[in-house]
Ligand binder design. Structure first.
Ligand SMILES: Nc1ncnc2c1ncn2[C@@H]1O[C@H](COP(=O)(O)OP(=O)(O)O)[C@@H](O)[C@H]1O
Ligand SMILES: [Mg+2]
Length: 246
């Protein structure tokens, strides 16, 4: 069984079905990229995986263990193994950069402060923000805030990192500094699921690409298979549209 196995997953918002019968497998060290039109369920899939929206049916198995989303203790355990970064960085505005990165290991993992602080400083160094440890989010650019958000996600030492359009809210000149960090994580074999509109970047770092449409996975393959030789009509239509847009 794959490191992450998603089988026949369905979810609804109220009565409207949003995901139906999604099955995907991600091996350790792989980068799965989710692409597809707006509203196709990419964010919802990430929200279900991290336990923000209970699945209606189907199963998620992480490292051989089925995730029981109905059990609070299982959800807490999941949040220690899996982290998410959103488009809108969602940093704690009243906390310094350093404290933003320390909060989860202190509160969720209940680890000793000196050790947590040392790791947080190292992580902020990794994302190029050693000079901003004591700044507040409002004093940073969008790219810097997103890099803090990535450091904060890494602070729990996740086995799986979920990225939801992490560069979409950024000014164009700030996109690269965030992509550089994700590229570095991919090189370090961090297992990731990344929703992205940066198709060049997806092609470069993804080991697998899944195309979603109307809450289902339409096609899955290597970047070359999906971008150069899409099999289904829906995939061909989507790919030709994004290629024309770039
Ligand atoms: N909080 C919500 N309540 C109700 N419907 C939602 C909510 N969030 C998203 N949806 C709907 O679910 C569908 C999938 O949305 P989403 O997962 O955000 O798509 P994507 O990330 O691919 O753009 C869309 O039809 C959207 O309108
Ligand atoms: Mg989305």
């Amino acid at each position: 069984m794959a490191f992450l196995q998603i089988a026949d997953l369905s979810a609804t918002y109220g009565r409207s079905p949003v995901l139906s019968g999604v099955s995907l497998a991600v091996e350790k060290g792989e980068v799965l990229s989710l692409i597809g039109p707006s509203g196709s369920g990419k964010s919802t899939l990430l929200r279900v995986l991290i336990g923000l929206l209970p699945p209606q049916a189907g199963s998620v198995t992480l490292a051989g263990q089925r995730v029981d989303y109905a059990v609070p203790a299982a959800l807490r355990a999941l949040r220690g193994r899996c982290a998410i970064v959103f488009q809108q960085y969602n940093l704690f505005q009243n906390m310094t950069v350093l404290n933003n990165v320390m909060v989860a290991p202190l509160k969720i993992k209940r680890r000793p402060r000196p050790e947590v602080e040392e790791e947080a400083r190292a992580l902020l160094g990794k994302v190029g923000l050693s000079a901003k440890l004591h700044a507040h989010p409002s004093e940073l650019s969008g790219g810097q805030q997103q890099r803090v958000a990535i450091a904060r996600a890494l602070a729990v030492k996740p086995e799986l990192l979920l990225l939801d359009e992490v560069t979409s809210a950024l000014d164009p000149e700030l996109v690269q500094e965030v992509l550089d960090i994700i590229r570095l994580l991919a090189q370090e074999h961090m297992t990731m699921i990344a929703v992205s509109h940066e198709m060049g970047f997806v092609r470069e770092i993804a080991t697998k690409v899944a195309l979603m449409s109307e809450g289902t996975v339409v096609e899955i393959g290597t970047p070359a298979e999906i971008f150069d030789a899409p099999r289904s009509e829906r995939a061909r239509a989507f790919i030709s549209k994004i290629i024309r847009a770039h």
